[in-house]
Design a protein around this ligand. Structure first.
Ligand code: SIN
Ligand code: FE2
Length: 202
């Protein structure tokens, strides 16, 4: 079950929670998700995002020029999102500490140079449930601030197999990915990093 938990400004990080064999199995499941629901490059009002995305579950998180929202179908194919893989649900059930399964599984793909600016996860209807975030592939510098915008931040390298839980007082903290260390993992063919974010949307 990996190393001791780290408290990163209230975000609970479990280093090495997913062992190597389980990471590979999860990656294979996520490939199936991407086959059914092709990865897209969201273009927001601020321009194209550097991270590519797709989703699984009842609802997928969609970003475009109109804003951010959850939708029941893939914007390009019009098909419902594929189910959340069991390998992913197992991690949620082990760490979320709630009896409810997530409605949404966002899959973020970071290829060379991709990053994610500081933001809050606040498009959900109920902040009583935690956000669970899984890292696969290359290491990423994860920065955590406060619920309020600005102020002090602390960062930590997330490695393949690490799981972070943003819940309770840390449910709405600002967070982002400053950069990804290319070639720091061999898990993903062609390199890069995948982040899987699980949320109850309601
Ligand atoms: C996110 O906050 O949406 C992604 C975080 C990560 O990639 O680890
Ligand atoms: Fe986020």
């Amino acid at each position: 079950m990996g190393e001791p938990e780290i408290d990163l400004r209230g975000v609970r990080v479990r280093p090495g929670f997913i062992e190597a064999g389980a990471q590979a199995a999860m990656l294979a499941d996520l490939r199936e998700v991407a086959r059914a629901a092709p990865v897209m490059r969201p273009v927001t009002r601020r321009g194209p995002m550097s991270v590519r995305m797709t989703s699984a579950g009842r609802l997928g998180w969609v970003a475009d020029r109109r804003g951010y929202r959850y939708e029941a179908t893939h914007p390009e194919t019009g098909a419902p999102w594929p189910p959340i893989p069991e390998s992913v649900l197992a991690v949620w059930r082990a760490v979320a500490g709630v009896q409810v399964d997530p409605d949404s599984c966002l899959v973020n793909l970071y290829r060379e140079g991709a990053k994610m600016g500081m933001h809050q996860d606040r498009d959900e209807g109920d902040f009583g449930f935690p956000v669970v975030s899984i890292s696969l592939g290359d290491e990423a510098l994860f920065r955590v601030g406060s619920v309020e915008k600005g102020g002090k931040t602390t960062s930590l390298w997330l490695r393949s197999g690490d799981v972070a839980v943003m819940g309770g007082a840390a449910r709405l903290v600002h967070h982002g990915i400053d950069r990804v260390k290319e070639g720091s993992s061999v898990l993903i063919p062609g390199g890069g990093r995948i982040n899987v974010t699980l949320r109850v949307v309601r």
